[in-house]
Design a protein around this ligand. Structure first.
Ligand SMILES: *Cc1c(COP(=O)(O)O)cnc(C)c1O
Length: 471
């Protein structure tokens, strides 16, 4: 069969509240044109993030009832520990409430002021936790990653020569090396086992530990199976063991490929390091057999990690992302190629070329899509990564992307069709759209709470000039 169906049936449903365009206009205005500031119930299709938004399976709900809420030594911990050990191969498993807690605890032990931590590309909380400790987070993505339209199988890879040069020049300042699978920041692109092997060899040569940020380990393993010939006939479990066998430990946000709504862990080989991390855990998160989670959370993760490795599920997930990406492409909307599995990224700079980056084309698109159909998406551009200069103007980010993140097992094909249609309608009136300005912003992580205002459309062209005259 050519048709790939969702490998599940619906057992419980959550109603979507329908809103009209004029209601959405009002909601958006009240929220300062910031989609993080609107209520989830006012969203019809929520593609804000794939984090913690998965639908749990009947097996996970059943496991949840087995949750042992004992303070110490709960049986749920041992089921969780066994699943993590089996999949990732590390003997020591430390539960945490989510990925960034794992980062804070592990980095707290290892990163000192002026340290440098290289990665293929750091996730934003990973970078923030390194910088918070006075370290420097360095991204070394491969060359192919820099071109949004190039088709290359492993655009998530690290630039090995750049890593070698950095190690040669600054080895004494580098406490460890990181690699993020899949590479979220460059569009959810996969990392090959071969690349991790090369990173691992360099790490050994220079005596540095290698840690993997494993948030999307099963999506990465599936893309390895499809694209790295040596693994074409291997199971997802085999590929995961092969990749993690090259590292000294991993951190994971179980809100992604753990198919859980909350949770994470650190898995390690080094006993002394694990002991110090556990001490920190007990002070700030909770005892070492729950780490800030409920026993029932540990159960749902233990089941979810295994379900996320099911090839029928992974095949469907990739098909859904491709369906959305190719539907958008066919409608003439520029998307980042090749599409990842957890999200599809629209290039807002190309879609709205009349809006200069300093007038926030991505933010405009995010707002326009909400107005059109109640879709919530996420700007990854100047609103998120740019900054306001002394004269009040915007220093633009490197890219103006809009991310449509795909919650796991939540939406079906008609939702995707609906989103594609809305994108097309926005595209058709892209010539009449003008930019936005920032009205107020906090000092850090401004995209969550900043307030925006649309510029007034002018009758005359070029539209970019509207921004210039309006200030
Ligand atoms: C989500 C994520 C994190 C942080 O995890 P949280 O659970 O959100 O704290 C770290 N790294 C990557 C690659 C992620 O996607």
């Amino acid at each position: 069969m050519k048709t790939i169906i969702e490998p599940f049936r619906t057992k419980v449903v959550e109603a979507i509240k329908f809103t009209t365009r004029s209601e959405r206009e009002e909601i958006l205005k009240k929220a300062g044109y910031n989609l993080f500031q609107i209520r989830a119930e006012d969203v019809m299709v929520d593609f804000l993030t794939d984090s913690g938004t998965s639908a749990m399976s009947s097996e996970q709900w059943a496991a949840l009832m087995r949750g042992d809420e004992s303070y110490a030594g709960c049986s749920s911990y041992f089921r969780f520990e066994e699943a993590v050990q089996q999949i990732f191969g590390f003997p020591i498993v430390i539960p945490v409430h989510q990925g960034r807690a794992a980062e804070r605890l592990l980095f707290g032990e290892l990163v000192k002021a002026n340290h440098i931590v290289p990665s293929n590309t750091h996730f934003d909380t990973t970078r923030a936790n390194i910088e918070f400790l006075g370290g420097e987070a360095i991204d070394l993505p491969c060359q192919e990653a820099k071109d949004f339209s190039s088709i290359s199988p492993f655009k998530g890879n690290m630039d090995i020569e750049a890593l070698r040069a950095l190690l040669k020049a600054k080895a004494e300042s580098i406490p460890f090396i990181m690699v993020t699978v899949t590479n979220n920041a460059v569009g959810g692109q996969p990392v090959s086992v071969e690349n991790v092997r090369e990173i691992s060899q360099l790490a050994r040569q220079f005596g540095k530990p290698l840690f993997i940020d494993a948030a999307r380990f099963s999506e990465n393993a599936y893309l390895v199976k499809l694209r790295e010939p040596a693994y074409a006939d291997k199971s997802i479990g085999y590929i995961a063991r092969e990749m993690f066998g090259l590292a000294d430990g991993c951190m994971m946000s179980a809100k992604k490929d753990g198919l859980a709504n909350m949770g994470g862990f650190i898995a390690l080989k080094d006993k002394a390091l694990a002991n110090s991390v556990r001490n920190r855990l007990i002070i700030t998160e909770g005892f070492s057999t729950y780490g800030g989670l409920n026993g029932r959370d540990l159960e749902t993760i233990a089941v979810g990690l295994r379900e996320a490795m099911d090839e029928d599920y992974l095949c469907y997930r990739l098909a859904a992302a491709k369906y959305l990406a190719s539907g958008l492409s066919a409608a003439g909307i520029p998307v980042v190629e090749p599409s990842g599995m957890h999200a599809v990224y629209i290039d807002a700079k190309k879609m709205l070329p009349l809006i200069e980056p300093r007038y926030l084309p991505g933010q405009r698109l995010v707002c326009e899509l909400y107005l059109e159909c109640g879709l919530r998406s996420c700007e990854i551009g100047t609103a998120m990564f740019g900054h306001t200069k002394a004269d009040g103007s915007q220093e633009p980010a490197r890219q103006e992307l809009v991310r449509l993140a795909l919650p796991r097992r939540v939406y079906g094909q008609s939702h995707y069709d609906y989103v594609i249609e809305a994108c097309q309608l926005v595209q058709e009136r892209s010539q009449s759209l003008v930019g936005m300005t920032i009205v107020s912003e906090p000092p850090l992580l401004r995209h969550f709470t900043a307030r925006f205002s649309p510029l007034q459309p002018a009758k005359c062209k070029p539209l970019a000039a509207v921004g210039v005259t309006q200030k």
